[in-house]
Design a protein around this ligand. Structure first.
Ligand SMILES: C[S@@+](CC[C@H](N)C(=O)[O-])C[C@H]1O[C@@H](n2cnc3c(N)ncnc32)[C@H](O)[C@@H]1O
Length: 214
């Protein structure tokens, strides 16, 4: 299967009616849990210089729009699912685009920074990860902020030890920090920093990457 198709297939389960409302609401259980990803993105964006435009892909129901705007940047969101896009905050409606991350409808380096939250752990192999990294890097002038599941974390260890059920070959998967660094290095980006809510305890981890060549 071509790499684009493998990335494309990730979309299906978010097409259901009500998917956006669920993701903005009950999906994260508590206000504290809901605030973790936006707080991480805000903190990493504040480490970046000269960022006035940010592409959020996949943007889902627009959970990160406010965090981007808090940093003084203009938010643009892309998602493959109409059901998710339809739940994005109303004031962002002019800047929501329905498209696939596999082929973003933007020029090279069109955005100062590109954010990719809760997508990479849905990719099942290294080729798909590298294809996604290349497309994110293509449209980023300088920075990419991406989340992934860190394989050096307690939840991932529990899966490896058989104490927690694996989601199987089509489920979500953890990746090493080294693998993330290597995949983005092939796309011309270097790691500036990793950020986890609680290192080794939580698997959701963010990486801030910067273009090597200006
Ligand atoms: C786990 S949600 C994360 C959404 C958002 N980043 C957030 O953290 O709230 C994954 C999103 O990826 C979107 N998606 C899946 N495959 C996609 C693709 N190939 N291109 C663009 N979006 C995709 C889904 O529609 C869904 O909104």
């Amino acid at each position: 299967m071509p790499h684009e198709d493998r990335i494309e297939r990730v979309g299906a389960k978010w097409q259901a009616q009500g998917a956006g409302e669920h993701y903005r609401g009950p999906r994260f259980g508590s206000q504290r849990a809901r605030e973790r990803d936006p707080a991480a993105v805000r903190a990493l964006l504040r480490r970046c210089e000269g960022v006035t435009s940010v592409l959020d892909v996949p943007c889902g129901a627009g959970r990160l729009a406010q965090a981007v705007e808090d940093c003084g940047a203009r938010w643009t969101g892309v998602d493959v699912s109409h059901a998710m896009l339809g739940s994005a905050p109303a004031h962002c409606s002019a800047r929501r685009v329905q498209a696939s991350l596999a082929a973003l409808p933007f020029r090279a380096r069109e955005f100062d920074a590109v954010v990719c939250c809760r997508f990479l752990h849905h990719l099942q192999d290294r080729a798909a990860l590298e294809r996604a990294a290349a497309e994110l890097a293509r449209v980023a002038r300088r920075y990419v902020i991406a989340s992934f599941w860190d394989s050096a974390s307690l939840p991932a260890l529990r899966v490896r030890l058989g104490l927690k059920r694996s989601e199987g070959p089509h489920g979500r998967a953890a990746t090493s920090r080294a693998q993330i660094a290597e995949s983005f290095a092939r796309a011309g980006l270097r790691v500036v920093a990793f950020r986890a809510h609680a290192r080794f305890l939580s698997q959701q981890t963010f990486v801030l990457l910067e273009r090597v060549e200006p």
